[in-house]
Design a protein around this ligand. Structure first.
Ligand code: GLY
Ligand code: MN
Ligand code: MN
Length: 440
């Protein structure tokens, strides 16, 4: 499964149509990053660069020049090199960039100092995201300065630098049919991994061993990598929002909170489920869980183009707070407790974020000071939770150390939304049935 060449082309065209006349856009590929000594992290292309090119290699720079007669899409990349390819793998080379990635023109990256200033020269405006890559910022300035040094010979340096992200990130926020299909598939693989984990978890397993079930299921279905480090927290570890050690044994009677999703074709999925290590929820676990589930369903119910971005969060907060009062964890009038943010002791994060090529995807949440209206094609997560700290002596001991989050990925449609991650159960009874059947 992949995004078509036509779609990459359509994106470049759409971006160039929005650029001012006589301008240039410049995007560097992500640098390779060292893990330790001479070992590198698995390479992941920069999301913006990928969105516009689908080109998977490091040491590349893409340039868009709307209206340029000799071609609007120019790619600088590594040259083919037999020895390097034997050691480190295939390279497209400038020939491959033209043949397989629709570049109109492609040059060796080693020639960029000689060629790029000539492409910038005479263009009034440069679209570039400054501050993301220090090395490249400096390089770009050196090319611009090279032009400035030649003004007396008639060279025309650009007058304006504009953030490319204003245009590009708004495009990325709206998912095309192809992107929706890719994200639906990523969601389905991740949902299958959560089902597998519910089926295979046993007391005594370590958290990282449960994590292995996810990684196995992702890869088995063509998703080589998780979209972010998996969070597998048994018992009170579920209350640590970014717990990634995943090193403890899972205990009978505890819940395990797993926040794990695969990346497919560079698109993220992001699912959290919380389920009992031994297959059955205790009364307290079930009571808190049902509050979170009710909040999540309420938030999904208002994920609709009639509403703004923050409305699902407001609904989740309302339902969570009412539930906390009903269970006696908070005392007082729910509306007032929402007003004073008393719920934050148990619910300290937001209910979601945009999802796409990045797990916390790009796109503005507010426009002109107001919350942004939801629109068809946007994808977001809905992920309320409740976390009772293990040392919270303001609540009865029976509640302490329970951490619950339920997270789904949701596509906004014309008349509401589609839950992309619907294939993994989330009602207590359904989870218990699934787990019981796997143990029979
Ligand atoms: N997995 C990251 C998040 O849920 O935001
Ligand atoms: Mn999330
Ligand atoms: Mn998550």
């Amino acid at each position: 499964m992949s995004i078509s060449a036509q779609e990459f082309q359509r994106r470049r065209r759409e971006l160039m149509e929005q650029m001012e006349p006589n301008s240039i856009a410049i995007l560097p590929a992500a640098p390779e990053r060292t893990r330790n000594r001479d070992v590198e992290h698995p390479y992941r292309q920069d999301s913006d660069f990928w969105y516009l090119s689908g080109f998977p290699e490091p040491d590349a720079v893409m340039v868009l020049l709307p209206g340029r007669e000799h071609g609007e899409f120019v790619l600088f990349c590594r040259e083919r090199d037999r020895a390097m390819e034997i050691w480190n793998g295939y390279r497209a080379g400038p020939e491959g960039a033209v043949a397989n990635y629709q570049a109109d023109d492609a040059f060796p990256i080693n020639d960029i100092d000689d060629i790029l200033p000539g492409l910038i020269e005479g263009r009034n405006r440069v679209y570039y995201d400054i501050g993301r890559d220090d090395d490249f910022d400096r390089q770009l300035m050196s090319w611009v300065n090279a032009i400035r040094e030649r003004v007396r010979t008639g060279a025309q340096p650009p007058g304006e630098f504009v953030a490319l992200s204003h245009l590009l990130h708004d495009m990325r926020l709206f998912k095309s049919k192809e992107e929706q299909a890719m994200m639906r598939r990523a969601a389905s693989i991740s949902a299958g991994a959560h089902v597998r984990a519910m089926q295979s978890v046993r007391p005594g397993m370590h958290e990282y061993q449960l994590e292995a079930e996810y990684l196995h299921e992702f890869m088995r279905h063509g998703a080589r990598s998780p979209a972010y480090p998996s969070i597998v927290g048994g018992g009170a570890n579920g209350c640590i929002l970014h717990y990634v050690e995943n090193s403890d044994p899972l205990k009978e009677g505890d819940l395990v909170l797993v926040d794990a999703g695969c990346e497919l074709g560079c698109y993220a999925s992001d699912i959290t489920r919380t389920f009992p290590v031994s297959g059955t929820f205790s009364a307290e676990q079930r009571a808190l869980y049902d509050v979170v589930l009710k909040a999540q369903l309420a938030a999904i119910a208002v994920t609709h183009p009639d509403h703004h971005w923050n409305y699902p969060h407001e609904e989740a907060v309302r339902v969570l707070t009412e539930g906390l009062v009903e269970l006696g964890l908070l005392k007082g009038d729910p509306a007032e407790l929402v007003e004073t943010e008393a719920y934050r002791r148990f619910y300290m994060h937001r209910t979601g974020h945009w999802l796409g090529l990045d797990v916390h995807d790009v796109g503005d949440y507010r426009i002109g000071g107001a919350w942004r209206q939801l629109e068809p094609g946007m994808v977001l997560t809905v992920e309320p939770g409740l976390y009772v700290a293990p040392d919270d002596d303001t609540v009865e001991a029976r509640w302490r150390g329970i951490g619950i989050r339920i997270e789904d990925d949701v596509l906004v449609t014309a008349d509401g939304c589609e839950v992309l991650t619907h294939e993994v159960p989330k009602a207590v009874d359904d989870i218990e049935v699934l787990m019981r059947e796997a143990r029979a």
